[in-house]
Design a protein around this ligand. Structure first.
Ligand code: PXP
Length: 245
């Protein structure tokens, strides 16, 4: 039997659509329930500093309603860390954040923010919450994560996904992720991956032996407009399961 890669479905963009009109349509908690019923392993949400999609009320409603764990993405600052500690999701992923960006455009620079991260993350690493850091596939960043005492990374797959869109440098970008997954594993670091993953590009990543979790949002929510959220998740799950060895 193929190994089970945890699949986190990021439902931020259900909230993006809701916020386009105010009100409560589409309902974010309802989406979280469909994600759970579709056999996904995690609900992933990003509470951004500008609350452009998910807010604390959504987070509380999701935590009160679904039985699968929540993976909360937050920026590395004390306000966000306090929110995470108060709401107590099972997983937290620390991501870089820049208010003007359209999405999380790159991994967190752990090397150049080491001291600040050490200080800000102290309170959360003292809890039961499993903390990961979203980084680019880069050995020096992995070493810095290790030095911080954090045992899980999520590799930013955006450059790989863009290579697919442009049909250029796919192998080069894939190799970068592959090498860094193996390097992280050697250091005893758990590997997650996400960003820009689609039906077309996910199989190569799921085929990497040490990847234990994938987080996928925008593509699934976009595909669900045509095919329904449950069908989109089931199709993604199926591709991942077939590819995982
Ligand atoms: N993982 C992390 C840490 C993210 O911040 C995001 C969203 O930017 C994703 C995964 C999902 O990316 P996408 O929406 O492109 O699938």
């Amino acid at each position: 039997m193929n190994r089970h890669i945890r699949l986190g479905i990021n439902i931020d963009h259900v909230a993006t659509l809701r916020n386009a009109r105010g009100g409560d349509t589409p309902n974010v908690t309802e989406a979280a329930k469909v994600v759970e019923e579709s056999g996904a392993d995690l609900i992933t949400v990003h509470v951004r500093e500008d609350r452009r999609h998910i807010n604390e009320k959504d987070l509380g409603n999701i935590l009160d309603t679904v039985n699968i764990p929540v993976n909360l993405e937050i920026a590395a600052n004390s306000e966000m860390v306090d929110i995470a500690i108060n709401y107590n999701p099972k997983f937290v992923c620390i991501v870089p954040e820049n208010r003007k960006e359209i999405t999380t455009e790159g991994g967190l620079d752990v090397i150049n923010n080491f001291k600040e991260l050490k200080k800000v993350l102290k309170s959360i690493t003292d809890t039961e919450i499993n903390v990961s850091i979203f980084i680019d596939p880069d050995k020096e960043q992995i070493k810095a994560v290790n030095d911080l005492g954090i045992s899980t990374v999520e590799f930013h797959t955006g450059s790989y996904a863009n290579a697919f869109i442009k049909n250029r440098n796919i192998d080069k970008e894939f190799k970068k992720i592959e090498e860094n997954v193996f390097f992280a594993k050697e250091k005893g670091i758990n590997c997650h991956a996400g960003h820009g993953l689609t039906f077309e590009n996910v199989a190569k990543i799921a085929g990497l032996p040490h990847i234990i979790e994938l987080n996928i949002g925008h593509f699934i929510i976009a595909d669900s407009i045509f095919n329904g959220l449950q069908n989109s998740i089931l199709k993604m799950r199926n591709i991942i399961t077939k590819a995982s060895i």
